[in-house]
Write a protein that binds this ligand. Structure first.
Ligand SMILES: NC(=O)c1ccc[n+]([C@@H]2O[C@H](COP(=O)([O-])OP(=O)(O)OC[C@H]3O[C@@H](n4cnc5c(N)ncnc54)[C@H](O)[C@@H]3O)[C@@H](O)[C@H]2O)c1
Length: 303
């Protein structure tokens, strides 16, 4: 089976590509390397250095005829989306529609799409499930969610199956410090270099950190499942930023304390999500404990 991954030189997608190739899938990747890196790319993946908004996308789909598309290429920074909402929408909405149109024209059977917890704003209840009301507080939240609607429409109009995976904060090797779960890579890099990381607010804000290899496994299972719709991919584990810092500091064995600075506008106090639906319908649950995931991540940054 052939799987085309957009954004495949990036953090999450490169782990998905590795796992699919390990499982004998034929993988091709489209990435314009605006944020991804060539060294993340699995050498067995066929690579196209193209912008997802480009018309050349149609030639690639015609040539490759993928069965499944994992559409991960996106502008991923909430702060950039506030600064430049036009560029955010151009990449995250118009780029996605270009991929959907190419999928429609060239017979793609299923699209897997990563949504984000950025669509919930300050949660009304916890843990967040798939029915939680939406309350976007950034252009990024709006652009990521808009594509969820398009996927629903393409299913109705053209019967293209889809699965939306709503990730909590993904962390792991190859992440850079600007992403949604970037705090792990920031803490690792600063502590390894003997610098003082800063924590916004009192550090008691709660997050749900899911390891990237668990996320890759969810994508593999999504390809192999005949289910569709929206599924949370998360751990339902409450982790404060202070606790996270403590775990990483223990790995460094350095006595460094964080510096506390004023909390950022729009920062959500507590967010964690339940994965009951994907566990019941597809059989996915996270396999990596935070300790194991952080240890692997930390070792990656030490190299
Ligand atoms: N990291 C998280 O915690 C998280 C949480 C929820 C959802 N997501 C979603 O998962 C996906 C992957 O995120 P990531 O953290 O791996 O980010 P990433 O930046 O590492 O990966 C995105 C990739 O897309 C590529 N890209 C960007 N614009 C492009 C364009 N116009 N044409 C072609 N390629 C382009 C980049 O070069 C990069 O390799 C994104 O859609 C993001 O919204 C991430």
């Amino acid at each position: 089976m052939k799987v085309l991954i957009t954004g495949g030189a990036g953090f999450i997608s490169s782990h998905i590509a590795d796992l699919l190739i390990e499982n004998n899938y034929d993988v091709c990747v489209i990435d314009n390397l605006s944020h991804g890196k060539l060294q993340n790319l699995n050498p067995k993946a066929k690579f196209y250095n193209v912008d997802i908004r480009d018309k050349e996308i149609f030639d690639i789909f015609e040539k490759e005829k993928p069965d499944v598309v994992i559409h991960n290429a996106a502008q991923i920074s909430v702060f950039s989306s506030v600064k430049d909402p036009l560029e955010d929408a151009s990449l995250n909405i118009i780029g996605a529609i270009n991929i959907l149109e190419a999928s429609r024209q060239f017979g793609v059977k299923k699209i897997i799409y990563p949504a984000s917890a950025a669509i919930f704003g300050e949660p009304e209840y916890l843990p967040i499930d798939e029915k939680h009301p939406l309350n976007m507080i950034s252009p990024y939240g709006v652009s990521k969610h808009t594509v969820e609607h398009y996927l629903g429409v393409y299913k109705k109009l053209y019967n293209i199956d889809y699965m939306i995976l709503r990730y909590s904060n993904v962390y792991g090797p190859r992440q850079d410090s600007s992403g949604e779960g970037g705090v792990v890579s920031i803490f690792c890099e600063k502590l390894i270099n003997g610098q003082t990381p800063c924590i916004y607010g009192d550090g008691e804000q709660i997050r749900d950190f899911v390891y990237v290899k668990d996320v890759a496994k969810a994508n593999l299972m999504a390809i192999e499942s005949n289910r569709g719709g929206i599924f949370n991919v998360c751990t339902n584990t409450k982790m404060t930023v202070n606790n996270l810092f403590g775990y990483i500091r223990d790995l460094t064995r350095k006595d460094i304390r964080p510096g506390y600075v004023k909390e950022r506008d729009g920062d959500i106090r507590s967010s964690y999500m339940t994965y009951d639906k994907i566990a019941n319908e597809i059989g996915w649950s996270p396999e990596y404990s935070i300790q194991t995931g952080l240890k692997e991540t930390f070792e990656y940054y030490c190299d």
